[in-house]
Design a protein around this ligand. Structure first.
Ligand SMILES: *[C@@H]1O[C@H](CO)[C@@H](O)[C@H](O)[C@H]1NC(C)=O
Ligand SMILES: [Cu+2]
Length: 354
């Protein structure tokens, strides 16, 4: 009985996936600054698409990479991907809000995973097959009965966005952030999982020295991994996270909240002027702040109803805490940093205690 019902649900979900739109990341927000992603559904038709931080890829259908391609280059940063023409600068320890398009289908339950890989030079010209990815967060099954509430559902609850924190001790340099949802609604059948990787170029600043070891994108997953060939409709749900282990000190995800964009920036393009010219500005639409849930481990769930905007204002006169804002256009809060950290200008809109 339960088996039959599950089978019907599985068939319905698989059928729904044929008609449902899927999605891609539309933008990221770093400390209130909005950076648009490459839009596969429109930029592909533009003879001179803007240089953006997101990688160019041929997922014009908002589609995915199948397990039979997990050993090939398309799994690295989506189909036929080539590096983004620019990058965003972020301080180690910063949080980045990754915004998906609104149509992510509810049936597409699965994990949300984030990796970084050092470019060892400009990411804009990196050979993607040389990138070695290390896992900075990975959240899978959260709670509930079959098919369960998953990280992808928490992402939807969070306004289709996911908050990622760059490790505070990461060595300064250029990195590719590889963000991914793996949809498992059809994963009980061979080649049924759907990977939706999205890549962004980041220049990370800071005084850390940690560059964790990683693996090539083509070695992250195999079609037969227990977390790839996985039935979403079998009870109890015990999900083995695919891919390499989390780096030391990382948790499965940070507390989720939605960020507020106050300005829009274009990507920093290498070789223009000093190489760090921010070609910016238009005032951006303000995104509504909402609140949500977070997952600490795959078995523990913590929730919060605290609104958490991207920027943390400290009262003028008192020193800002480490990783808090200490300056930038329009900033009226503290400009001094607590002992042990100092104020570093990240871009015209944001300075941060690092
Ligand atoms: C699962 O977690 C979410 C997010 O915290 C919560 O809203 C929901 O009520 C939980 N569901 C169950 C069945 O515990
Ligand atoms: Cu689908």
């Amino acid at each position: 009985m339960a088996r039959t019902t599950a089978g019907i649900i599985a068939s319905l979900a698989a059928g729904a996936s044929l008609v449902a739109a899927h999605g891609h990341v539309s933008n990221i927000i770093v400390n209130g600054v909005y950076y648009r992603n490459y839009d596969p559904t429109t930029d592909a038709y533009n003879p001179t698409p803007p240089k953006v931080i997101g990688w160019t890829a041929s997922n014009l259908d908002n589609g995915f990479v199948s397990p039979d391609a997990f050993g090939g280059p398309d799994i690295i940063c989506h189909r036929d991907a080539t590096p983004g023409g620019g990058h965003a600068t972020v301080a180690a320890g910063s949080k980045i809000s990754i915004q998906w398009t609104p149509e992510w289908p509810e049936s597409h339950h699965g994990p949300v995973i984030d990796y970084l890989a050092a470019c060892n030079g400009p990411c804009e010209t990196v050979d993607k097959t040389t990138l070695k990815f290390f896992k900075i967060d990975s959240s899978g099954y959260i709670n509930g009965s079959v098919p369960g509430y998953w990280a992808s559902d928490a992402l939807v609850t969070n306004g289709n966005s996911w908050l990622v924190q760059i490790p505070a001790d990461l060595k300064a340099g250029n990195y590719v952030l590889r963000h991914e949802i793996i949809a498992l609604h059809g994963a009980g059948s061979a080649n049924g999982a759907q990977a939706y990787p999205q890549c962004f170029n980041l220049q990370v600043t800071g005084s850390g020295s940690n560059v964790p070891a990683g693996v090539a994108g083509t070695s992250l997953y195999k079609a037969t991994d227990a977390g790839i060939l996985f039935s979403l409709y079998s009870s109890p749900i015990v999900y083995p996270m695919p891919g390499p282990a989390l780096i030391a000190g990382a948790s499965s995800s940070i507390l989720q909240s939605k960020s507020v964009a106050t300005v829009t920036s274009s990507a920093t393009v290498p070789g223009s002027g000093s190489g760090t010219t921010v070609v910016t500005t238009t005032t951006a639409a303000v995104v509504t702040t909402t609140t949500t849930s977070s997952v600490k481990t795959t078995t523990t769930l913590s929730t919060s109803t605290t609104a958490a905007p991207a920027t943390t204002a400290a009262p003028t006169g008192s020193a800002q805490t480490k990783w808090g804002q200490c300056g930038g256009s329009g900033w009226s809060g503290a400009t001094a940093c607590v002992a042990g950290s100092s104020c570093s200008t990240i871009n015209p809109y944001y300075a941060q205690c690092v």
